[in-house]
Design a protein around this ligand. Structure first.
Ligand SMILES: [Zn+2]
Length: 210
């Protein structure tokens, strides 16, 4: 729980960075501290700094972050819910039960021509395994759909399979964290926030520039 929420110069949330990186950016004057972890400090050879929890860039940055494609990332994009029936299986501790979820090729591999499939909804050819042809499906829906398109199977896909947007990417990052610090909440869209409590944090750390 040593992470820092980085905001753009317009105070829209950008990404989560490690605290060492945040301190570096503070010392280089690239960001301003927006919020701190109360009562906690980072010490370097020359100064004592309130431990940042939220920082904002001084200059606006146009971000084109890319999320690496994986079945886990597809699940995170889809909020760990089945794209067909909406089921969101969870473990007893509330985390998503990923074993119950599969990655569905919306237009199935069996209908691919030379590794490509035609997506009628976006009127283009794409690789069979890509963001735009991948959806999270529970095991029951995946086996019911089998080697058919949703239309052929008479099933309705509730999500629009897409390359993750910047806000998807942030939400996906946040979904990996055990808990979100209190001070982040006012900067995050509610869609990105899960109900969580703050985690334990050490009182102090020593910073050395790499
Ligand atoms: Zn389902």
């Amino acid at each position: 729980m040593l992470n820092v929420l980085q905001l753009n110069a317009d105070y829209t949330p950008l990404r989560v960075i490690r605290w060492e990186r945040a301190v570096e950016l503070v010392l280089d004057g690239k960001v301003v501290q927006v919020a701190q972890y109360p009562g906690r400090f980072v010490r370097s050879a020359t100064l004592v700094l309130p431990w940042p929890s939220v920082v904002a860039l001084r200059r606006y940055s146009v971000v084109r972050g890319k999320v690496r494609f994986s079945s886990r990332s597809v699940q995170a994009r889809d909020n760990f819910a089945c794209g067909y029936c909406g089921a969101r299986p969870v473990l007893p501790d509330g985390r998503p039960d990923r074993v119950q979820l599969t990655m569905d090729h919306v237009v199935p591999r069996a209908q691919a021509k030379e590794g490509k499939v035609y997506l009628p909804w976006s009127r283009k050819w794409v690789s069979v395994t890509c963001w735009e042809n991948a959806a999270t499906a529970c095991r029951a829906c995946n086996s019911r759909k089998a080697d058919r398109t949703p239309t052929q199977a008479g099933m309705h896909l509730r999500i629009f399979p897409r390359v993750p947007t910047q806000s998807d990417a942030l939400r996906m990052t946040l979904s990996r964290l055990q808990s979100l610090p209190e001070s982040w909440l006012e900067w995050l869209p509610t869609s990105a926030v899960r109900a969580d409590e703050a985690g334990a944090l050490p009182d102090e750390a020593t910073f050395q520039k790499a």
